[in-house]
Design a protein around this ligand. Structure first.
Ligand SMILES: *[C@@H]1O[C@H](CO)[C@@H](O)[C@H](O)[C@H]1NC(C)=O
Ligand SMILES: *[C@@H]1O[C@H](CO)[C@@H](O)[C@H](O)[C@H]1NC(C)=O
Ligand SMILES: *[C@@H]1O[C@H](CO)[C@@H](O)[C@H](O)[C@H]1NC(C)=O
Ligand SMILES: *[C@@H]1O[C@H](CO)[C@@H](O)[C@H](O)[C@H]1NC(C)=O
Ligand SMILES: *[C@@H]1O[C@H](CO)[C@@H](O)[C@H](O)[C@H]1NC(C)=O
Ligand SMILES: *[C@@H]1O[C@H](CO)[C@@H](O)[C@H](O)[C@H]1NC(C)=O
Ligand SMILES: *[C@@H]1O[C@H](CO)[C@@H](O)[C@H](O)[C@H]1NC(C)=O
Ligand SMILES: *[C@@H]1O[C@H](CO)[C@@H](O)[C@H](O)[C@H]1NC(C)=O
Length: 775
């Protein structure tokens, strides 16, 4: 297509250039509102007057204002030049000015992690659910891509009236009006100004300009969290047939749509300006828990909209659960690092979709798929893609079945082995089919380890791990006429080992830029916890994307996006049972009761078969039924987090009304349920305080034990804690000492262990992971 030239009258040019010059959306942040004294219009007027002071006139000021944050967050989002931004940042009362950053959903809606997965039966405990009344009084907000309200997962059949505390709305727009909200989906709002400022008006053939979900991510996460029980559902092809249910099936859902499609790209984007507006409303609307399966590159808290919004949530006693990101398995890739957020990694569950390959030599190789298409019960010729390429294809990518690379003459009627690497997994199947292949085996590259992405493909297919791909290659090499068949897939529950960390799940430690930010995250390891995120079956939209062969009302998705709402659901149930617990207490309960062993009773392993570490799973795999009764919690208040920010020197840019003590406690002493120390030099003491939340009468004793990291000694003083009533707090000091035998540990290398407090019959085991590196 020819490029279009737009002719601009010369006279207008300078003006246009001036007004377009590098303007961006900035957040101008004032901290928080002082106890709701001012009427809302006055707040907006105040914000406007700041804008007016840097703009030419009233009209320009009005036009540049995107949002005025009026409820908890005090600030506004506006289109500014960098000059205007820096002028504003110097004005009195302005706490900080930062660019409206961009974030992404933590699944690609496409092929990267698409696979299979089931509803999580192991975490459904009727006792816990009934004790929590299935979450019926709890309101959970989701920041995501909207919702498909017609899904059976959001039916309000038999539900009680909406809690009186709810103050939100059901915002109308195309394909969404107030009749789409009900007693389950109690709220819906959308935020698009930050997006449209960047990309121009939404292309309405790519998304709905309303809370309706186009791409499925929002519907999927909402139904994992709070979907009703829907019987006899399955993915296309009948996989994983059973009852779909959210973790908290009677919880009330409030949907805040903040993510929109990037034009011409297969991805959604979400902006600070929009997310802060959503969080500000969610706080005022009365949500109790917020689930955010969104992230971006780690930033200083002072410039991170999710971190700032979540701190406002914490102050309002709202629990915030976020996904850790899908940039694993490399270290230091974790996102959403702020200690007042629960950061969730992703792992597998105990179900596979086995579709083995049988080779001509009788070998049977384990493969997985959720492709319903089947081969006939007979052997077919088998070939490796690199052996059947067109002449002009580069040897480097020969085995990868990239579009247009296979020779139809050589492929016709065969099963083709293709390797992962470049190109989408789904696209490789399309290429084999295009070239006339009858079946498709996708082989893992070494970096994927044993993590099998079981996709829906356009022809009979299965996926094998790296060692098995090599075995198939060896067989192909060993014979003149290799043959094979793929046995149709079936769902196999109770597989072992599980959970297994997903290769994609982002990892700690929280070292971003070793020169600037290392100190910032020294005391806390991230992620905090892991939950199911590989091949999760949950609700989907009613639209069928052209390129999306999955379709159906329930589909499989993978990502930390899927793990985050699992933990948010658990937090909602804990809220129902313990309405007075702080956000930190709920987080502590989830973390200290998490499990570090799999269903074989062995340490949770990663996708390469190695023992996983707290940098992959934090405190371990969440166990909601244990978290209800944790015994002790590591509590922390809003001011504890501000003291932590004092120690980092960042309070001025977050809450300048807070007076830091002359000697703020060091960040390591933030009362966190885990412990991470980098570059331990000699000896270090760490202070912690636990609060007794256990039942029981009379005195209760807790005893200290630890499994120290190699080369470190770990001691507690006192090593016995005695409580005589609920709510009582006891402090203790942990002393870490690097043992002098340097052969035990290399400089900079992390070692892992744990410490725990246990009561006499081990009714309560309160475990904290330890990660230490030596200077
Ligand atoms: C909402 O939209 C539906 C169609 O999707 C329509 O039948 C209904 O009348 C609308 N309700 C309101 C209150 O506008
Ligand atoms: C809007 O999206 C449709 C479908 O992706 C595309 O064909 C069309 O070109 C887009 N319109 C604009 C103005 O970009
Ligand atoms: C479940 O659904 C399948 C396919 O829709 C149907 O064949 C089957 O009879 C249903 N089972 C039950 C128990 O309703
Ligand atoms: C190889 O040549 C064919 C035409 O014969 C063309 O369609 C294809 O794109 C070429 N592939 C590469 C990798 O150059
Ligand atoms: C993917 O393509 C890039 C650029 O063509 C190449 O450098 C890289 O080695 C390829 N990766 C694999 C796994 O083949
Ligand atoms: C690949 O799968 C086979 C089972 O088919 C298993 O024995 C092997 O350990 C797996 N390899 C890796 C790297 O996990
Ligand atoms: C198969 O044979 C090719 C050469 O024909 C060789 O490059 C390759 O390494 C062999 N692969 C295996 C797994 O034996
Ligand atoms: C460790 O501490 C000692 C004494 O305080 C100091 O001399 C040494 O330089 C420190 N080492 C490192 C690597 O920081």
């Amino acid at each position: 297509m020819a490029k279009k030239f737009v002719i601009i009258p010369l006279l207008l040019l300078p003006a246009l250039l001036a007004s377009c010059a590098e303007k961006q959306v900035y957040i101008v942040y004032f901290g928080e509102h002082s106890n709701g004294e001012k009427p809302l219009y006055e707040i907006e007027d105040t914000h406007h007057s700041y804008l007016l002071s840097v703009k030419f006139n009233e009209e320009e000021a009005r036009a540049s204002l995107l949002y005025s944050y009026k409820h908890s967050i005090n600030g506004f989002a506006a289109l500014l030049s960098s000059d205007e931004a820096s002028k504003l940042s110097e004005m009195e009362e302005v706490v900080s000015v930062f660019e409206s950053g961009q974030y992404y959903m933590h699944t690609t809606r496409s092929w990267k992690f698409v696979g299979l997965l089931p509803e999580e039966q192991t975490n459904k405990d009727e006792d816990l659910l009934s004790k929590a009344s299935y979450g019926r009084q709890v309101i959970v907000g989701l920041l995501d891509g909207g919702v498909w309200p017609e899904s059976h997962s959001f039916s309000d059949f038999g539900m009680e009236p909406i809690p009186k505390s709810w103050k939100g709305i059901c915002q109308s727009g195309p394909a969404f009006n107030s009749s789409h909200c009900n007693r389950k989906l109690i709220g819906a709002r959308y935020y698009i100004k930050g997006y449209e400022q960047r990309y121009g008006p939404l292309n309405t053939s790519e998304d709905y300009r309303s809370c309706r979900d186009r791409y499925g991510h929002g519907t999927h996460t909402a139904s994992i969290l709070g979907g009703r029980r829907v019987h006899n559902v399955s993915a296309m092809g009948g996989f994983a047939r059973g009852t779909a249910s959210g973790g908290a099936p009677l919880v009330r859902l409030a949907i805040y749509k903040v993510c929109w499609p990037i034009p011409k790209e297969d991805e959604n984007i979400c902006f600070d300006a929009d997310m802060l507006a959503a969080i500000d409303d969610a706080i005022a609307d009365g949500v109790h828990v917020l689930s955010i399966s969104i992230g971006g590159d780690p930033k200083m808290y002072t410039r991170d909209g999710i971190a700032i919004g979540a701190l406002h949530c914490l102050k309002n006693n709202i629990v915030v659960s976020c996904s850790a990101g899908n940039s694993g398995p490399d270290p230091s890739t974790s996102e959403n690092l702020a200690p007042w957020i629960i950061t969730v990694g992703a792992s597998s569950i105990d179900r596979k979709f086995l579709a083995p390959v049988v080779l001509g030599n009788g070998q049977k190789i384990e493969g997985q798929t959720v492709t319903a298409r089947k081969l006939e019960k007979k052997m077919y010729p088998l070939t490796y893609a690199a052996n059947v390429i067109k002449q002009n294809v580069s040897k480097d990518v020969a085995g990868q079945c990239l579009p247009g690379s296979l020779s139809s003459k050589k492929v016709k009627g065969k099963i083709v082995l293709c390797m992962r690497g470049n190109g989408s997994r789904f696209g490789k199947g399309i290429e084999v089919k295009r070239a006339g292949g009858v079946g498709f085996i996708l082989g893992n590259i070494p970096a994927g380890g044993a993590e099998i992405a079981s996709d829906v493909h356009v022809l009979p297919a299965t996926t094998v791990n790296h060692t098995d791909a090599i075995r198939i290659l060896e067989y192909i090499n060993s014979t003149q006429h290799p043959i094979a068949t793929i046995i149709p897939a079936k769902t196999v529950p109770h597989t072992k080992p599980a959970p297994l960390m997903a290769a994609f799940s982002s990892r700690g430690p929280n070292v971003m830029d070793p020169n600037i930010l290392k100190w910032l995250f020294q005391s806390v390891e991230k992620p905090d916890i892991t939950a199911p995120g590989l091949n999760i079956l949950a609700a989907w939209t009613g639209t069928k994307l052209e390129e999306d062969q999955r379709g159906g009302k329930y589909v499989f998705e993978s990502g930390t996006s899927m793990a985050c709402p699992h933990v948010a659901a658990a937090a909602a149930l804990l809220k129902a049972i313990h309405p007075t617990w702080s956000s930190a207490a709920i987080k502590s309960a989830l973390m200290t009761t998490a499990s570090i062993v799999d269903n074989r009773g062995l340490p949770i392993s990663d996708e390469f078969g190695n023992v996983a570490t707290p940098f992959a799973y934090g405190s371990g795999h969440f166990r909601p039924t244990k978290a209800v009764d944790p015994g002790l919690v590591y509590d922390a208040s809003y001011s504890d987090y501000l003291l932590y920010l004092c120690s980092l020197g960042s309070v001025k840019k977050i809450d300048p009304t807070f007076k830091c003590p002359k000697q703020p406690p060091t960040s390591i002493n933030l009362n966190y349920p885990s412990l991470a120390v980098s570059k331990l030099n000699g000896t270090m003491s760490v202070k912690r305080t636990v609060t007794n939340v256990g039942g029981g009468r009379g005195k209760i004793f807790y005893f200290f034990t630890s499994q120290p990291p190699k080369g470190i000694s770990v001691k507690a003083s006192p090593s016995i804690l005695v409580f005589d009533h609920v709510g009582q707090r006891k402090s203790f000091t942990i002393t870490l000492e690097a043992l002098s035998d340097k052969s035990l540990r290399k400089h900079g290398e992390y070692g892992f262990g744990w410490y725990k407090w246990t009561d006499p019959h081990a009714l309560h085991v309160v475990r904290s992971p330890i990660a230490v590196s030596i200077a």
